[in-house]
Design a protein around this ligand. Structure first.
Ligand code: DOR
Ligand code: ZN
Length: 334
């Protein structure tokens, strides 16, 4: 039995920290476990110009020196291909595409991928990764990721040199698509899609703190996701999609989609890898394959995680985390 493991400090390749001043609390929570975080641009208003992206980065850097922000911009239909050059100069790692209405803050999202072909061509040229919330909101909830895959297949044919990340994959079909595509296509996997199934969300009383998009799916989907995560295939790496909403926005009749997991996602992932006897693949999944895919060097700092129980707080700054008040088996060794 392994009781302690030292790995390169992880990266979170998919994180929501919202706007300042609240963002400071959330980035502080993330900095305990993560060396770098790819921050998402679906703030209100969105990060949709190089100037806004640079200003957001500076605010993050000023509020926390321990974690390095990696930057994204939101792809809107108003975006021009010449803007892509400026985003590249400003240091953007990804452009994030949300289909219109698919999730939190996506009413300004995209309706027609074809209209964006000049943008995709410019991103391919500038070597900016296209990050996609891959769901089709026009079909039934549990079919949304599956229904988006033909669009992705077309996109990968039309832009073979464009790097694409299918974010927070949640289904058997999502995993199969990643496995069948080229090395330019990869996926992030969250702790919550690895840990839970739809039964935890609403098999008993509905748990709004497990409500997110894409929705947490079946036990069969979860099994395939787990197998992908522990497989050692570099196309699958960690992105928490930690997405804080204050308690009153979750515990109400129009619950916001998003799960706050940043303070405890790593212990959850460690537990799953340990149960699979795959602790040896943990470092690659949390701290290696994502950096490799994005052409970044792996971090030099390390963390040690030990088998020691702790109780997840009921709230962090007014946000109820996933697994609030529950006991976890793995802790950060300080
Ligand atoms: O559940 C989600 N919440 N999924 C997303 O894609 C966005 C996120 C948010 O911003 O709250
Ligand atoms: Zn997200």
């Amino acid at each position: 039995m392994i009781n302690e493991i030292t790995i390169i400090k992880p990266d979170d390749f998919h994180l929501h920290i919202r706007d300042f001043p609240d963002a400071e609390k959330y980035i502080n929570d993330s900095s305990i476990w993560f060396s770098r975080a790819l921050v998402m641009p679906n703030t209100l208003p969105p990060i949709d110009t190089p100037e806004k992206m640079i200003a957001y980065k500076k605010q993050i850097e000023a509020s926390n020196e321990k974690i390095e922000p990696l930057m994204s911009f939101k792809i809107l239909s108003s975006l021009k291909s010449v803007d892509i050059i400026n985003f590249k100069k400003a240091g953007a790692l990804i452009g994030k595409l949300y289909p219109k209405g698919v999730t939190t803050n996506s009413s300004d999202g995209i309706e027609n991928l074809r209209e964006l072909y000049p943008i995709f061509a410019a991103m391919e040229n500038q070597k900016i990764t296209l990050s996609i919330h891959g769901e089709d909101p026009s079909v039934s909830l549990f079919q949304r990721e599956k229904a988006f895959i033909p669009k992705l297949e077309q996109l990968t044919k039309d832009f073979p040199n464009l790097k694409i990340v299918l974010e927070h994959i949640s289904t058997i079909e999502g995993v199969a698509f990643i496995l069948s595509s080229s090395d330019n296509v990869a996926a992030t996997i969250t702790a919550h899609h690895l840990l839970f199934s739809v039964d935890d969300l609403m098999g008993g009383p509905f748990n709004p703190h497990l409500f997110c998009k894409p929705i947490i799916q079946t036990v069969e989907d979860r099994g395939v996701l787990r197998a992908a995560a522990v497989s050692g295939n570099p196309k699958f790496f960690f992105g928490s999609d930690s997405a804080p909403h204050i308690k009153s926005k979750k515990e109400c009749s129009t619950s916001a989609a998003g799960i706050y997991s940043a303070p405890l996602a790593i212990p959850v992932v460690v537990e799953i890898f340990d149960n699979y006897g795959k602790i040896n693949q943990l470092e690659n999944f949390l701290s290696g394959f994502g950096a490799d895919f994005y052409g970044l060097s792996r971090n030099s700092d390390k963390i040690t995680i030990k088998r020691k129980k702790w109780k997840v707080p009921s709230e962090y700054h007014g946000v109820v985390p996933m697994l609030a008040n529950r006991e976890l088996n793995w802790s950060l060794k300080k």
